[in-house]
Design a protein around this ligand. Structure first.
Ligand SMILES: Cc1cc2nc3c(=O)[nH]c(=O)nc-3n(C[C@H](O)[C@H](O)[C@H](O)COP(=O)(O)O)c2cc1C
Length: 197
């Protein structure tokens, strides 16, 4: 089975047991206040998730780091048909399209570390994340990419983020197989421990 078939199949399997075509989770219009800290830093966990896998990992990261969660949401909904979604995503990525977003992070200034989560779409991050990254001055913040995927791993997700924000300071990202139950806790914890050192 090719990589492509693998992720299409895994996506289809997932969509067959969930409501499809909707952004899920936090409204994104407000962040959850959280008083804990990650190595003394104030953390934001911003993510785009179409079918819930990246959201599950984002929630784990927020729980482990004491970070605030922020769901990136597009104004325009993606098609509910998986094939139409895949085709639209392909065109958007090919054209460098940046969809309009519903929401903005209140007080981005307060964060030292910003985790940025996306599904792997066509080997890179979702257009909504591209829009998100274009909207803020990340200044002295540490950015940490994380990705969920259907078998392809990180592919160009991390390197494309670096290319979009050449002056930003990135820490080592991580890729997790897309599952509704989230990431393997041990792998996640090891990665976070290294980042916090
Ligand atoms: C439009 C589209 C393109 C995708 N492209 C890839 C890909 O290139 N490589 C890969 O491993 N998985 C790919 N996948 C599978 C997703 O990365 C995977 O299911 C991910 O966990 C979905 O995250 P989400 O539930 O947060 O939306 C793609 C899925 C979609 C819908």
């Amino acid at each position: 089975m090719t990589k492509m078939m693998k992720w299409v199949c895994s996506g289809m399997m997932f969509l067959s047991v969930t409501a499809c075509g909707t952004n899920s989770g936090e409204t994104g219009s407000s962040t959850v206040e959280n008083t804990k800290s990650f190595a003394g830093k104030k953390v934001l966990v911003a993510y785009y998730s179409h079918s819930g896998n990246t959201q599950a990992v984002a929630r784990q990261i927020a729980r482990q780091t004491g970070g605030d969660l922020f769901a990136i949401e597009t104004v325009q909904q993606y098609p509910s048909s998986y094939n139409a979604l895949v085709e639209q995503a392909k065109q958007e990525i090919r054209n460098g399209f940046m969809p309009e977003l519903k929401n903005k992070v209140p007080q981005m200034d307060q964060y030292d570390v910003v985790f940025i989560g996306s599904p792997n779409w066509w080997g890179t991050y979702a257009p909504a994340v591209k829009s998100f990254l274009s909207q803020y001055d990340f200044g002295q913040k540490n950015l940490v990419p994380f990705v969920t995927h259907g078998g392809g791993g990180m592919q160009n997700c991390e390197s494309d983020m670096h290319r979009q924000l050449p002056r930003a300071h990135f820490l080592q990202g991580a890729a997790f197989p897309g599952r509704s139950s989230g990431a393997d806790e041990k792998k996640l914890q090891n990665w976070l421990n290294k980042l916090a050192q």
